[in-house]
Design a protein around this ligand. Sequence first.
Ligand code: AKG
Ligand code: FE2
Length: 276
Amino acid sequence: MPTENPRLDDEAVLKFVVRGYHLVHPDLPAKLNERVYSACSALAENPGNGIYTAVPALREVYEHPSVQGSLASLLGTDYRMNAHRHLHTTPAHYLHSQNWHQDSTNVRHHQIQTVLAMYYPQEVTPESGPTVILPASHFRNAPTDRMASYANIRGQLFLNVPAGTVAIVHYDIWHAGTLNRSDNPRHMLKFLFDRRSEPLTPSWNHNPNLSSDAVQNRIMEMAGPPIGYCSDFYKEWQLRRNMWDWLCGKRKNLAPGGFKELLGQDAESEQKENTV
Ligand SMILES: O=C(O)CCC(=O)C(=O)O
Ligand SMILES: [Fe+2]
């Protein structure tokens, strides 16, 4: 991986910590998106993980400096592409949306270990099957069968994006494919990228003079579905802060469910109160 790639700044990384997504608009060579779109449309069958070799032009997307710079900022400079890759096609006039879901099995964590990088080789409009995401849902674990009964959620964001957009989202973000009313298939290339090492220092363009208050203001942003304060928020602020501190190299990793560690002091004093 070339080391010269534009890194995210503090603001962009903090936004990712809070909202769980970052949109990249790489200046890809003219016609590249069209080439990828045509190649995907011409496939006789979905090659699964083989999509990267079946459509070699994808290299130009995932090796673009602004894509690499964003991935390095979020995952460390030694990140790697996961073997799982997939072409998601929503055929023309396919009138079914997916259920809200988090990908893979229901074991979540509170760091940035894996991201999805979803590349759209064509413009996506409300008619042509945008992916819908729920910003700030990546800290919230939800059983898939329960999520099947969720429909429109306050704060949901349809990724209506120009051709060539790469949406980098936290692996645990709630999302779904939506119906395609248009006359053309909608293609989306979903690639996974993994962190390989614990952060020791910020891997983005970090301002060492950024004040702790400025960070905390961002951390306490009201983002996502709730419109009022509830106790979840207090936990979530800690999780966000922990994620930020960890990215800065200041904290150890938390195991799945390890947020109890963060809240340990509260739990201890509560217990004491209960035993008096
Ligand atoms: O097609 C999309 O927009 C999303 C697909 C997806 O999330 C999935 O199949 O897991
Ligand atoms: Fe998915």
